[in-house]
Design a protein around this ligand. Structure first.
Ligand SMILES: NC(=O)c1ccc[n+]([C@@H]2O[C@H](COP(=O)([O-])OP(=O)(O)OC[C@H]3O[C@@H](n4cnc5c(N)ncnc54)[C@H](O)[C@@H]3O)[C@@H](O)[C@H]2O)c1
Length: 346
């Protein structure tokens, strides 16, 4: 099979990690080929040249739109550019993996989903914990019934960042916890209440406390913070028979029952590498018109953007808000794996 020719847009902190992984996957599997690296900052491209050696480096992605060599792009530019860049590539019939959040506004996210369907191209979002083995094991445990009735979830997504200018903590840290709840429970919340604020003089919120109400009275309590000196990426699920605790960083899962505590052994995955390999498989299957479940489908990304919007609305209006239904209802109601399922003719 020919390798998927992929380019990376945005070569900052995260883009460089992505480039490293694509080069790794290319070396080890031969299924992907890194075509071009685009960043509108010359100094970023110089850093890349020093680290990755000679590649096709460009300051603008415009030329790639009509370049038939690239069939897929991984977009790692700032959140505010996601919609513009992704919609341009989808219109040019490229397959697109967009970093989280899929877009800043739900109508933009839904437009990307619509465009991908109309152009029959893969749209995926960088919800990298979909590929976390610890989380996959936690989902299996929750769905197996070992925990009994699920009462509530607690997610702590914290760490220290200096004051930020153009970023807020809900947009930046919120996507992963919301996506994880959807992944574990298979549902989207219907109501959200959120309190958030900034402390260090900037206009942006630096801490947020969100309660997301899922069906059957299951609540998810989410703490987001850039002020805590300790980095946490923790998920706790409290049930009637047991409690499961997962550290998403080392993927260590602990199950506590009244009589004993056991560590569930999982082999930690390289989540970013798995995400890229999965996207490549989606592109290969799409090109062969084979049905294939996209685990991080754009529809899931759009669902999460609606929750970010609802959180901000709740914060501004100081009340619990209903989550707005999606333009196409199945994006809210469907199981994640089914949302991703698409079969396109060639
Ligand atoms: N999945 C994760 O866990 C994870 C972690 C960190 C960041 N991210 C996401 O990755 C994205 C980038 O974050 P970052 O921390 O690397 O930011 P960054 O500021 O370090 O990098 C962004 C880069 O994009 C470049 N850029 C800006 N506009 C561009 C354009 N129009 N065309 C090409 N390049 C452009 C900038 O010059 C910069 O080098 C964000 O969407 C962020 O949410 C995801």
């Amino acid at each position: 099979m020919m390798p998927v020719n992929m380019s990376v847009i945005g070569a900052g902190y995260w883009g460089k990690k992505v480039i490293r992984e694509i080069l790794n996957v290319s070396r080890t599997t031969g299924r992907v080929n890194l075509c071009s690296v685009i960043d509108n900052s010359p100094s970023m491209l110089e850093q890349c040249l020093r680290e990755f050696g000679p590649l096709d480096y460009r300051l603008s992605y415009q030329g790639l739109l009509s370049d038939s060599t690239t069939s897929a792009v991984h977009i790692c530019s700032p959140n505010s550019t996601h919609f513009e860049v992704a919609s341009n590539f989808l219109r040019s019939k490229k397959h697109v993996l967009v970093e989280k959040p899929l877009a800043l506004r739900s109508r933009e996210a839904e437009e990307l989903v619509r465009l991908a369907a109309a152009k029959r191209r893969v749209l995926a979002v960088g919800h990298v914990h979909r590929f976390n083995n610890g989380l996959n094991e936690l989902r299996r445990i929750v769905q197996s019934g070992i925990l009994g009735d699920i009462y509530y979830l607690r997610l702590q997504w914290t760490g220290y960042l200096p004051p930020q200018k153009d970023r807020d903590v809900i947009t930046d840290l919120g996507p992963h916890p919301f996506d994880i709840c959807n992944n574990i429970l298979g549902t989207w919340p219907t109501k959200i209440s959120c309190r958030a604020r900034g402390y260090r003089g900037g206009a942006c919120d630096e801490v947020a406390f969100i309660t997301a109400e899922h069906i059957d009275g299951v609540n998810a309590n989410i703490e987001l913070s850039w002020l805590d000196s300790e980095k946490h990426r923790d998920v706790t699920v409290v049930g009637s028979d047991a409690v499961a605790r997962l550290d998403c960083l080392d993927q260590k899962l602990v199950l506590q029952r009244s009589e004993k505590t056991e560590t569930i052994s999982t082999v930690p995955s390289n989540t970013l590498q798995e995400e890229i390999i999965h996207f490549v498989r989606c592109v290969e299957n799409n090109s062969a018109s084979e049905p294939y479940s996209n685990l991080s489908d754009g529809g899931i990304g759009a669902g999460v953007v609606r929750l970010l919007e609802a959180s901000k609305r709740s914060m501004l209006e100081e009340r619990t808000v209903q989550v707005r239904p999606s333009a196409s209802e199945e994006l809210v109601a469907g199981e994640p794996a089914q949302i991703g399922f698409r079969k396109f003719p060639s």
